[in-house]
Design a protein around this ligand. Structure first.
Ligand code: HEM
Length: 401
């Protein structure tokens, strides 16, 4: 059977997309000086034990490779360990209660309809430009309280960031690595200075938005620092949209490549949530999370020393034949789907309910309005260039029979 990777030419390095699974679920890469975790059970173990597998990975990055690394870590939930992680996570969970998310549904539906009005009556659309990028970015910008009309600015910065998110060695730095690190720093600075201005404004002019809540919030009687507020807002802005953009594009691509499943879900929309979960497993947007060992540990039969960098490939774990029956088959009806696309444990994606709601609402409307929706054979999709992500960059769709 031809896989989506073979049909469309997704990243060479993402072997799991070609139905290959390594004999060794945990592997050391001597060139890069880091470990790779591919197995589901092994990935689960790393995500479930933050004492041994710390999220504070920056301490393992040599100072000369990232001179101002600490500036961006403060307040970055993704890189925090207990007990600090728990404090910030509890605070922010108040902003993402199930009710706050459920109440967004009418706004998500209205935005989807507005965005699709722009292509109604035409023969084709480019999914990312017309829907999959603007929808989640407008939703997260409105939640944070920053102007959604600045989204072309964020897109420019984020696209440049993604271009440079390759795997880099911890042992040696090439000229190319240095240039990429410099560009990454520049783009993060752009995002951080932009958000800083809005945070300053919210200190003076509080509003009903998430930035104001973060500025006013107290953890154990203490307010968050400027760096904490800004870096946290940055994580939300980044994580809040690129991944959901990928989810929307990937799900359309999965359905387009599987006509029987496509027909079933078109006729019975109650199948949409399970279809989205299977798309998350089958083409996991965020392929990788990183951890740092705090002590020597046995994983998958390998003894990993303390202070080792681990790349936990959740996308590969989601294709582990020891956990998933026929992992290379896109099957929304599979009985057991414990995928790790949103992570697991204390860092489980805080935005998962929002991403699922955006996916369900937008895809439902897309299928309602364009019953003949399909890929354009004359314009194959392109993918985000980062090997750490799986998501379409461009997906041209035909709208008419
Ligand atoms: C954490 C994936 C959407 C905000 C994570 C993690 C994964 C992930 C794998 C765990 C990282 C780790 O363990 O190190 C995804 C995917 C999404 C998505 C695949 C969409 C399909 C969102 C959205 C938001 C968001 C919409 C915000 C509105 C976050 C935050 C964390 C996180 C703040 C850090 C949580 C913590 O460290 O406690 N996400 N995410 N994500 N995600 Fe998402």
């Amino acid at each position: 059977m031809t896989t989506i990777a073979e049909t469309w030419g997704v990243h060479e390095s993402q072997f799991w997309l070609r139905d290959e699974f390594p004999a060794d679920p945990v592997r050391f890469d001597p060139e890069a000086g880091m470990w790779h975790v591919y197995g589901h059970a092994e990935a689960l173990k790393t995500l479930s034990d933050p004492k041994v597998f710390s999220s504070d990975t920056t301490r393992l990055i040599p100072e000369e490779m990232a001179p101002d690394k600490d500036q961006f870590v403060e307040g970055n939930l993704l890189q925090m360990d207990p007990p600090d992680h728990k404090k910030l996570r509890t605070l922010v969970s108040h902003a993402f209660t199930p009710k706050v998310v459920a109440d967004l549904e009418p706004r998500i539906a209205a935005l989807t309809n507005e965005l699709l009005d722009a292509v109604d009556g035409t023969d084709s659309m480019e999914l990312v430009t017309h829907l999959a990028y603007p929808l989640p970015v407008i939703v997260i910008a409105e939640l944070l309280g920053i102007p959604a009309s600045d989204r072309d600015l964020f897109k420019e910065w984020v696209d440049k960031l993604l271009r440079n998110s390759q795997q880099r060695s911890l042992l040696k730095q090439t000229e190319e690595d240095k240039k990429a690190a410099e560009e990454t720093r520049e783009q993060v600075n752009n995002l951080v200075s932009y958000l800083s201005e809005h945070v300053d404004d919210r200190r003076r002019n509080p509003r009903e938005d998430l930035l104001t809540k973060l500025v006013q919030a107290e953890v154990d009687g203490e307010k968050l620092t400027q760096n904490e507020v800004v870096n946290f807002a940055n994580v939300l802005l980044l994580a809040g949209h690129i991944t959901t953009t990928m989810l929307l594009g990937n799900t359309v691509l999965c359905l387009d490549s599987h006509p029987d499943e496509y027909r079933r879900v078109r006729e019975d929309r109650s199948l949409l949530p399970a279809t989205i979960e299977e798309s998350l497993r089958f083409l996991s947007p965020f392929a990788l999370v990183a951890r740092a060992t705090t002590t020597e540990v046995d994983l998958g039969g390998r003894a990993i020393p303390a202070d080792s960098m681990l790349f936990v490939w959740v996308a590969a774990a989601n294709r582990d034949p020891r956990t998933f029956t026929d992992p290379g088959i896109f099957d929304p009806a599979r009985a057991h789907n414990p995928h790790l696309a949103f992570g697991r444990g204390i860092h489980f994606c805080i935005g998962a309910p929002l991403a699922r709601l955006e996916g369900k609402t937008a895809l439902n409307i897309l299928l309602d309005r364009f019953p003949d929706l399909r890929t354009d054979p004359a314009a194959p999709p392109s993918f985000i260039p980062s090997p750490n992500m799986t998501g379409v960059n461009e997906l041209r769709l035909l709208l008419k029979p």
